[in-house]
Design a protein around this ligand. Sequence first.
Ligand SMILES: Nc1ncnc2c1ncn2[C@@H]1O[C@H](COP(=O)(O)OP(=O)(O)OP(=O)(O)O)[C@@H](O)[C@H]1O
Ligand SMILES: [Mg+2]
Length: 352
Amino acid sequence: MGFFGGKKKMVLGLDIGTSAVKFADLKDTGKGYQVENMGLTPLPPETIVDGSLMDATTVVEAIGELISHYKIKKREVAVSVSGHSVIVKKITMPKMSESELEENILIEAERYISFDINDVSIDFQILSTPEKDMGEHMEILLVAAKKDFVNDYITIVREAGLSPMIIDIDSFALENVYELNYPLEIGDLVALCDIGASIMNLNIVRGGKSLFTRDISIGGNLYTEEIQKELSVNFEEAENLKLGGSSEKGSPHVIDKVFNKVSSNIALEIAKSLDFFTATFPDEKVARLYLTGGCAKAPRLKDIVYERVNIPVAILNPFANIVVNPRVVDPEYLKEISSLMTVSVGLASRRI
Ligand SMILES: Nc1ncnc2c1ncn2[C@@H]1O[C@H](COP(=O)(O)OP(=O)(O)OP(=O)(O)O)[C@@H](O)[C@H]1O
Ligand SMILES: [Mg+2]
């Protein structure tokens, strides 16, 4: 089992997110991918906090509900992790073979990782750089995740009766989806930004390679919490108001104000990360920013982000290059959920 997966057999993509468990099952038709099955089930608040599984039983039950409701047959799954317990770093090492690297990576990793090396699982990928001769050196993408954290996910998936075959990282799944759906942009430097309920994953990529990734603890819950404060309502009521529902205490004016304020904060965080990237890679210019995740649906967020970052902003379509039969998923429903399905589609396109 590794963070980078392999080739061959298809798996079920299972995205255990803060607000919902989502899954996608893809079929490789030979001419591309087709959705075989797909769906989601919500999780109650506090089930997952900052990526940590607080209430494992509830998550196991939610997966069970998905399996029975959608009659899921496939047992091999790819799941992903993100947040504070995961570190992704690009490091430079002397040139060596893959097996030599395997022997040396732990010692090397220790220099870059703030956690105790005995508590983490390590994986790596050699980033070959044909466009840039690095002489006696090579670039490695190092991934480290706290063992306890990853084991919690593995345990949950097993308890739900499934076999975890691939443990991925949210921002890699995001990159995967992008490459799958926008093959013509292969030479462009683009920023991919998945904003969920509690975590924002940013990944700046070009030609199948990641130049920069960052996870930030912001997301849709910020709107909900702000509505809670402003209107003295509980989480469920605030979430409902956010999504356009009505309630006695609801006030369109207040909701509007919250949307503007929180969206501006999110835009500022994205801009700060892009500025940091530009400071690190002064010769690079990001051509486009793609937004996805449930928050990408927040009204005007796209425009507010654009005003801040001043590069074209688009909503990523995880099904741009994937066939979705209207008999499998209702087109109206597909429109509604597509931004939520990005990570699970990315996971489903991984091979064992
Ligand atoms: N139409 C909408 N307008 C605003 N926010 C929305 C809308 N639809 C969904 N959201 C918000 O998107 C978030 C859920 O998105 P998503 O499913 O991508 O997150 P998640 O994967 O559960 O969370 P995370 O990735 O942070 O663990 C929730 O906060 C939800 O309220
Ligand atoms: Mg998510």
